[in-house]
Design a protein around this ligand. Structure first.
Ligand SMILES: Cc1cc2nc3c(=O)[nH]c(=O)nc-3n(C[C@H](O)[C@H](O)[C@H](O)COP(=O)(O)O)c2cc1C
Length: 204
C-alpha cells in the first residue's frame, strides 16, 4: 500500500510521530509520501525538541527510529506541486493530515489551496480516495466548524484529535496511540487490537 501523510502546524506532532511509526510497523505500507508544512517543523521543535527544518529522509528515519537505509518514507517539499501526490493519475490509497491546522483545513475546504498538502488533499477528494483529517484547535469557531462540515460533505473523514479514555490509558503514549489506531482503522491497516471495544457490563 502507498499513501500520503501531511503534517501541519497544529499542536500534536506526537500524533504524526506515532502514526508514522505504526504505519511503518504495519507490514502493509510500502511507501509513505510525506509532506510537512514549515510551521509543522516549528511545532515539532517546540513540542518534541526535534529539528525538522529542511527535512531529509535520513533525518526523518532517525526521528522515527527507522533504519538509516529505510526507503519507506519518500519526502516531498511543500512547494513541489509537480510531486507524485499532486496528480490524480498516480494511484494510491489516500491521505491523512495529522495534525491538521485550521489554516490547512480552510484552504482545503475552500478548494483554493496553494501548497502540496492542499493539492494532494484536493486530489483525494476529486478522485474519491480516502482523506482523513485530524484537526486540532480549541475552541472551534464557526468558520472552523463550517469548514469541517464542508469537507465531510465532500467525502473527507474528520477525526478530531480528541482521544478517548475508556481504554484507561496509563501514559501519554497510550493516550496518543489510541487515536492513531483509529486513524489506521480508516484504511484497514493492521495494528495491535488494544483499541477495539469488546463490550462491558456496567452497573446502572
Ligand atoms: C506551537 C504552535 C502551536 C500551534 N497550534 C495550533 C493548533 O493547535 N491549531 C491550529 O489551527 N493552529 C495552530 N498553530 C498555528 C498554525 O501553525 C498557523 O496557523 C500556521 O499558519 C498553519 O499553517 P500550516 O497549516 O501550513 O501548517 C500553532 C502554531 C504554533 C507555533
Amino acid at each position: 500500500m502507498e499513501l500520503t501523510v501531511g503534517i501541519t502546524g497544529a499542536s500534536g506532532t506526537i500524533y504524526a510521530h506515532k502514526t508514522l511509526q505504526l504505519l511503518a510497523a504495519s507490514g502493509v505500507v510500502e511507501q509513505i509520501n510525506l509532506i510537512m508544512s514549515g510551521t509543522a517543523a516549528t511545532v515539532a521543535q517546540v513540542e518534541m525538541g526535534v529539528n525538522l527544518k529542511d527535512p531529509t529522509v535520513p533525518k526523518i528515519n532517525e526521528w522515527l527510529g527507522l533504519a538509516p537505509e529505510s526507503r519507506l518514507i519518500r519526502f516531498w517539499r511543500l512547494d513541489n506541486l509537480a510531486a507524485k501526490p499532486s496528480s490524480g493519475s498516480h494511484k494510491q490509497a489516500g491521505m491523512m493530515i495529522v495534525p491538521c491546522s485550521m489554516g490547512t483545513l480552510g484552504a482545503i475546504a475552500s478548494g483554493a489551496g496553494t501548497n502540496l498538502i492542499h493539492r494532494a488533499a484536493d486530489v483525494c477528494l476529486k478522485e474519491g480516495r480516502k482523506l482523513v483529517i485530524v484537526p486540532r484547535e480549541t475552541p472551534f469557531n464557526a468558520i472552523h466548524l463550517e469548514n469541517m462540515l464542508r469537507l465531510s460533505h465532500a467525502g473527507a473523514r474528520i477525526m478530531p484529535a480528541s482521544p478517548g479514555f475508556y481504554h484507561r490509558p496509563k501514559s501519554i503514549d497510550e493516550l496518543v496511540e489510541h487515536l492513531c489506531f483509529r486513524i489506521l482503522d480508516q484504511f484497514d491497516i493492521p495494528h495491535s487490537k488494544r483499541s477495539v471495544w469488546t463490550g462491558e457490563e456496567v452497573e446502572s
